[in-house]
Design a protein around this ligand. Sequence first.
Ligand SMILES: [Zn+2]
Length: 319
Amino acid sequence: MFSLTPPDLGPWRAGNTGVEGVWHFDADVPGRRVMLSALVHGNELCGAWALKELLEAGVRPACGSLTLAFCNLDAFDHFDANNGDASRFVDEDMNRQWVPARLAQAGTRERRRAAALAPFVQGADWLLDLHSMHEPGLPLLLVGMHPRNLELARQLRAPAHVVVDAGHRDGVRMRDYGRFNEPDADQPDTRSLLVECGYHGDLASLDVARDQCARFLVTAGTLTEATAQRSLPGWQMPDAATQWALHVTDAVVARSEGFTFSQAFQGLEVIAKAGTVIGDNDGEPVKTPYDDCVLVMPSTRQARQGVTVVRFARRELLR
Ligand SMILES: [Zn+2]
């Protein structure tokens, strides 16, 4: 069910950098080099809409630079609202390829594309990577393990749920690439966030993408508050009343496509008792490991051997 239609990128597809889909603007005064990315997964449309609208609005950085990237255009070109999952990628998941060894092997379209994008990612001080989710659910900001990104989530004051996680076993995400994954002591000035804006096909995912872009650009200093209000009217939504940090402790990896949940979990359920059975992994009951365990992004949509189907998290009130 896709209420959100794919944007016609039109003239914005070309980019202005010599790399298709990548736009870069420099300010006259120094400042943070900021990058916003979308379509790392070809069926995640809200970020593409937000970037297109930023380009249409003629947004330019007040300082530093701004890079806007439509990432997996090959997959996006195959988007079909009746089979949304099919255009997540062409050959393999682009958001698992961000290690030098994989980027150097031009064996798949996603690796070649990621290698072309890599200089822009490494040239950014702050990165916001816009995604959406397989299932309906509240937005999630994924901050990785480094405290500097959790602190930025608190500064942004939205969304309400912030996931502290180490990523996936089957590869490295763009937001964990290179210096973004170095310790705070070595990289005090870099930040990278991945926002899951809600369900892929939901119009509200675009509201979240706009809100996150505006907050991120203002917090980075790329746009002044006044410029954001004028050029992006209505983009910023009210702050979240409270924010929870969800510290991911365990990932449940499917043994096969036969993985099932015991209920139709939506995500962010708090399971009171340790040892509660929440699913069946090829005959093995899947139990929560501690009291007040939060379920993060449960989904069997992509389930097959080796794919994470849910993560467990301890919650902490952030603000
Ligand atoms: Zn995604």
